[in-house]
Design a protein around this ligand. Sequence first.
Ligand code: RIB
Ligand code: CA
Length: 312
Amino acid sequence: MAQRIIIDTDPGQDDAVAILLALASPEELEVLGITAVAGNVPLALTERNARIVCELAGRPDIKVFAGCDKPLSRALVTAEHVHGSTGLDGPVLPAPTMPLQSRNGVDFIIDTLRQEPEGTVTLCPLGPLTNIAAAFQRAPDIVGRVKQIVLMGGAYFEVGNITPAAEFNIYVDPEAADIVFHSGVPLTVMPLDVTHKALVTKPRNDAFRALGTPVGEAVAEMTDFFERFDRDKYGWDGAPLHDPCVTAWLLAPDLFTGRFINVEIETVSELTRGMTVADWWGVTDRPKNATYIGDLDSDGFFALLTDRLARL
Ligand code: RIB
Ligand code: CA
């Protein structure tokens, strides 16, 4: 029985690869819909990019919705310096022809959780948590109906990528993250601590190109573009594939290791806004609320990813 998921996303080259991996795995993952959120680039671009990626995967049937165009209570912060002005710089991909759904993405999340049997839908946020939090605020009755949330966000040992203290997704909407991390929904977190170990080295990028398909070429060009930021900042030999860790965990959780711990979100201090205070060493008696992933088998991850992309 395929896991039924909603992908909430701000494409973003790494979001794109996470979506492609999900759409390449229909036996294991049934994508009920994709909800776009403002994040890496404004909403008008993230919803457009989500449709571009669905068509690249040959799936113009996927329902794509636009959700929130800004955080719950703060101004939007974007990351064109990482993802380029379109948010999907690198490959030249055709403009989308598939429609954007008319319903708002937040309403789609609420409606789906109310209509589907309790405990059967997994939410996969890959960007700021605005849409998820807005749905929970507007419809508290759906919170207990969510099977689990598997998200990319946060950092502890790796510290921040947008500020010295915070990872981008949490930084953009800390209030939304606070709502999600205190919702009581079973939560698995893919922080920079693990995603920074999923680096697209040249041999791995060459393997994408060697697929000899439009998808393989596009992914190679996306990750070539995407790595500039991290190479300049960290001196790495490749881009970290943050968001695909979410999809890969759903497909092959044994590739990952982590701990069930307490994670709190800084929402008050401007200095540490969006910091995920992860009690990895259990030094507090704060209630545990998240399976916090710290490591992965990166060769196994890239083998799975490349094998699945070959199917598209
Ligand atoms: O900090 C990395 C996260 O921010 C990823 O989800 C990337 O796509 C951006 O949204
Ligand atoms: Ca993202």
